[in-house]
Design a protein around this ligand. Structure first.
Ligand SMILES: Cc1cc2nc3c(=O)[nH]c(=O)nc-3n(C[C@H](O)[C@H](O)[C@H](O)COP(=O)(O)O)c2cc1C
Length: 339
């Protein structure tokens, strides 16, 4: 790592970040992750990163329009702050309605998803397909920004495919329409999650825009965050897949930028204990459905625990909290003492 990476971003990254009327005391964000960043997950992220902005999973504005009760994906904890609610859709009317509700539920920031690559979403005009309709995307931002008093932000990709990389004009249009911050996942829709994130595009966006630009894609460590910031000059970073099974990552990076201290990665014993707590909390929150959802989290936690192949398979088929507690206790007992 070059020495340039050690000084410039560290000092800037310790400063608050102004997003419209909201002052954030961390420039390291937890991304929205469908099926992952529910209230329980965010609670764990927040334990390590109390200042960091977390986002809910994406919420369908159409789904919300027809819903009889508030969906779990929009459930924000009492006093949970700072919190952004992320919406997806292509219908301005439904998005306005959803944004007003999101603000009422406690969102301090409303993010519009313009990056999701999943067919089910894009074929209905939402997610990354909005990159192909900048006029509509701009109308959405303008209408939502007019309807709520909290800042409206956009999370998007660099383009639909290599032939259509349009992030420079697109990002400018979002800012002109009223977006107060933009997060750029530095891949095209066609890339999905493959190949390295192309951070050089974030540098170009940052050079063009005056609103804050957050860099997303491949922020898996303190070193990656430093390198990305040095290359892009972005106003902050957003962690995504790196937090799956490691909700302390955002806090670890934030702590580094505020203090210069590199906290160690969690030990196998810490990962196992966190897995156990996550399972207990999810079951307490969502019952049997929470237990089923906790299986994938549990397998992510133990991925890097030495000799845990068998345990992983068992956790992937969990039937009860008691079984999880037994399995994890046994694993803890058999860990070498220095782990
Ligand atoms: C399981 C999963 C769920 C995701 N859900 C969302 C979502 O709801 N909203 C969103 O804007 N991005 C979503 N993303 C994209 C991530 O937020 C992020 O942009 C992407 O993973 C790139 O960052 P990374 O390379 O650090 O993982 C999801 C990604 C994954 C792997």
């Amino acid at each position: 790592m070059g020495s340039y990476a050690l000084c410039l971003p560290v000092s800037m990254m310790a400063q608050p970040l102004q997003v419209g009327s909201v002052t954030l005391h961390s420039r390291v964000f937890q991304s929205p992750l469908a099926g992952v960043t529910d209230r329980v997950f965010r609670q764990l992220v927040r334990r390590f990163a109390p200042d960091s902005l977390s986002y809910t999973e994406m919420v369908s504005a159409t789904g919300l329009h027809y819903a009889k009760e508030l969906p779990y994906v929009m459930d924000v904890g009492q006093g949970e702050t700072p919190i952004g609610i992320q919406l997806f859709d292509c219908r301005p009317d439904f998005l306005v309605e959803a944004a007003v509700l999101a603000q009422r539920e406690g969102a301090q920031i409303i993010d519009i998803n313009m990056g999701c690559p999943v067919n089910k979403i894009t074929k209905n005009g939402g997610g990354s397909s909005l990159l192909k309709d900048p006029r509509l995307a701009g109308e959405i931002v303008a209408r939502v920004a007019e309807a709520v008093s909290v800042p409206v932000t956009v999370k998007t990709r660099i383009g639909w495919s290599d032939q259509d990389i349009n992030i420079l004009d697109f990002a400018q249009r979002m800012a002109d329409s009223g977006a107060q911050l933009i997060t750029v996942h530095a891949r095209t829709r066609a890339q999905g999650f493959d190949g390295p994130a192309r951070w050089e595009w974030i540098a170009r966006v940052k050079a063009k825009l005056t609103i804050p630009v957050i860099a997303n894609g491949d922020i898996f460590s303190i070193a990656a965050a430093q390198q990305c910031l040095a290359l892009t000059g972005a106003d902050g970073v957003m962690c995504s897949r790196g937090t799956m099974g490691n909700p302390g990552l955002v806090g670890q990076i934030d702590h580094f930028f505020k203090t210069g201290e590199q906290l160690p990665d969690p030990s196998p014993a810490q990962r196992l204990r966190l897995a156990r707590e996550h399972i207990q909390l999810l079951h307490g929150y969502k019952g049997q459905r929470g237990l089923q959802q906790s299986r994938k989290h549990a397998t992510w936690y133990v991925k890097s625990v030495p000799g845990a192949g068998l345990l992983r398979g068992q956790l992937a088929r969990l039937e009860s909290v008691a079984q999880a507690e037994d399995l994890i206790e046994q694993a803890l007992q058999t860990l070498p003492p220095d782990l």
